[in-house]
Write a protein that binds this ligand. Sequence first.
Ligand SMILES: [Zn+2]
Length: 585
Amino acid sequence: MALSDAFLMELRNRADIETTISSYINLKRAGRISKGLCPFHGEKTPSFTVYPDTQSYYCFGCGNGGDVITFIKNIENLDYIDAVRFLADKNGMNMPEENSYDDTMNKRRLRMLEANREAAKFFHSCLGTKDGTIGYQYFKNRGLSDDTIRRFGLGFAPDSFFALTNYMMSKGYTKEELVFANLARRSTKNPNNIYDNFRNRVMFPIIDVKGNVIAFGGRVMDDSKPKYLNTSDTLVYKKSQGVFALNLAKKSGKDSLILCEGYMDVIALHQAGFTNAVAGLGTALTSEQAQLLSRYASEIMISYDADEAGQKAATRALEIFKNTTANIKVLHLSGGKDPDEILKKYGVEKMKAIINGAANEIEFALLRVQGNYDIASDDGKRQYLQEAIKILSKVGAIELDIYASRLSDELSVSKDVIVNEAKRQAKRNVTVERKKEFTKIQTQGDVLDKLNPQRKMFYAAAKAEEMLITLLMANPEFLKSVDEKISYNDFITDFNRRIYKSVTDRLRDGKSADISFIAGDLTDQEISAVAKIQTISHTLKNTFDECEDCIKVIINEKNKKNIKDVAVEDISDEEFLNFFKKDDN
Ligand SMILES: [Zn+2]
């Protein structure tokens, strides 16, 4: 996988870490660092930190960290070489010659995408055959036009164990390839035999934003179970990241997306002209999907089913979208259970009215709790007010003013009382949140303590070792003088010794030892640990005096440790004397 230093250097210069990460999450600059809400774990106060000086990032909440390539690897769920390719593409650079790095995974991935496309063509063509009439009729009964069926590439998997596999093998695909793509399964009795994964189902191809067919959803046409069968995770598809119809919605020309629960809702909305509708795959929205969606639109309208389950899912989705830059609204689907039904019953105008009347997050939360109480009664009014104040305790000053006024009119309660109560509750919230996040960080433990188990025992030395590593990474010119005073053999903790050796070996060869360059020899967790080590960087003055201080501590601690090591092995006076007695005999 060896990419040249020159290439990596150029990539690092062009793909600035702060700019790159800013396109995914909101970062706020504070001095020499930037902070934001971590995209890799749920949090309410930012512990995700970007260090432009060292071109690295580290999250103090979940321990994820590394350089710009690591970030892309994690957020786009790519392997190393594809993350590099992704960044190179974005920054107008060509990848080096193919044979200079290992490209096997990429070739396998391309082959799988070709297989999926071929399978999608097969399923679609089946709609026009005798066996597929039943599938075609199903779509027609659901009100879809031929044009819609074509646009979404819908299809039918025949009621056969070998229809697709025979077709694909005639096209030159091997059994192994079909099993890997999850288009076929191996027989448990005879693993040499394979059979079709999707049988007697209408088929929905899942197409990514680049137009690749990455997976399939298959739906039964009656009430048998499972209702939906989806491709499980493969080389080209991660269920947690999939979004249905984003390929079409991104071309809608709108800066908003309608997020639905099911494929049929999306298709019905598109057919009615709402071409910005999409759906997640599987039931619960993931933070990866939320990140992906917020990259394509600044406003997301959640349009989940009107039932209790759908509304709960909407509340959860709102929470997940908080870690993104998107502005979120919730559609109040009155008169029908889902968009498909509303369009059929009342038509396009009703749907438009629903979209125009979409509730923002606060309105949605208030509506949700209001539904639980009878506000005509004093008791119901009081309980609703208590719940409403909890909601308002989490909003900004302007929103508080607006909604306190509304509530005051609605319930005939003084606005001042509502505002004051909300503010008091807000103070309580902060304490509770802090406690929660503190325990979370405590229980998760530090990535460095995990990878460097000696760190706790030799804390002073380990801290000095880490500081020296950071100083040398940023100031290669100190190496010669440092080498005269200390060698990696003097390091006490094994992990730091290994990192120090790798850094200084590179510097001695006149190469860069930035995190991107040493990352090739490290595991993901080790990269996070190095990023953690570097988090002290912006607090340093970068002087040689600091190096000397570190060296003093390390050597001191090493001497102390040597004395202790001897002490442990020491024998008692009695044993000592006995030893010589024996010898004298
Ligand atoms: Zn995190």
